[in-house]
Design a protein around this ligand. Structure first.
Ligand code: GTP
Ligand code: MG
Length: 198
């Protein structure tokens, strides 16, 4: 991964989304699942994407690019399913997330993050169904793997793999990560590198 990375811009609505250029990957998932933390671990830049204990931290699509533009844009997305946010706000985030995921022509892969403690929830399944419908290739990344035991993690990986096996746009294997312990980060980097070079 080239460094350093810079913040390109925050996108509050689709009208101001920069033109599709090069290859884009996006990190989606429920609120507080660890999207921004994973982007920081991946780029090796702690303060790049803003993280927080409070769900609902990321409120726009945030685009990042390495400075020696090798044609890759990383998109940090607002989380879905944050029950305590005002309804109108949740609706606006969902609309943004859904229209971006459905209609971005250079979106090469969506990493759908799932908290290893919670597994796939109904609203995750909704997003997977949307991606399947849009034929948008995605891969599941388990986050916060440091929070559960290795046996539970093995079971969760097997169970989740089973649940996505018939989903047409799903990449069949999962990646288990911990941004805290830097686990699975090299594996994810390798997956992205492969995307960029195939
Ligand atoms: P929103 O932007 O609100 O949707 O959240 P997000 O998905 O970007 O999550 P964020 O990266 O802000 O992390 C949420 C919380 O989880 C923070 O307190 C992080 O420190 C914590 N966290 C993220 N990744 C890990 C991890 O791998 N292990 C542990 N233990 N905590 C993590
Ligand atoms: Mg965030």
């Amino acid at each position: 991964f080239a460094r350093p990375w810079s913040f390109v811009r925050g996108v509050p609505n689709m009208d101001v989304l920069p033109p599709a250029e090069g290859l884009e990957i996006a990190f989606a998932g429920r609120s507080n699942v660890g999207k921004s933390s994973l982007i920081n671990a991946l780029t090796g830049q702690g303060g790049l994407a803003r993280t927080s204990n409070t769900p609902g931290r990321t409120q726009e699509l945030n685009l990042f690019r390495p400075d020696d533009a090798d044609g890759l844009t990383v998109v940090d997305m607002p989380g879905y399913g944050y029950a305590k946010a005002p309804k109108a706000q949740v609706a606006a985030w969902n609309a943004l997330v859904f229209s971006y995921l459905r209609g971005r022509p250079n979106l090469r892969r969506v990493y759908v993050l799932i908290d290893a403690r919670h597994g796939l929830k109904a609203n995750d399944e909704d997003v997977l169904s949307l991606l399947d419908k849009a034929a948008a290739s995605y891969q599941i990344v388990l986050t916060k793997a440091d929070k559960i035991g290795s046996r539970a993690l093995t079971d969760l990986i097997a169970d989740t793999a089973k649940r996505i096996v018939r989903r047409p746009a799903a990449y069949p294997t999962l990646i288990a990560t911990s941004s805290e312990k830097y686990r699975g980060i090299d594996e994810l980097r390798a997956a992205i590198w492969t995307l960029m070079h195939e």
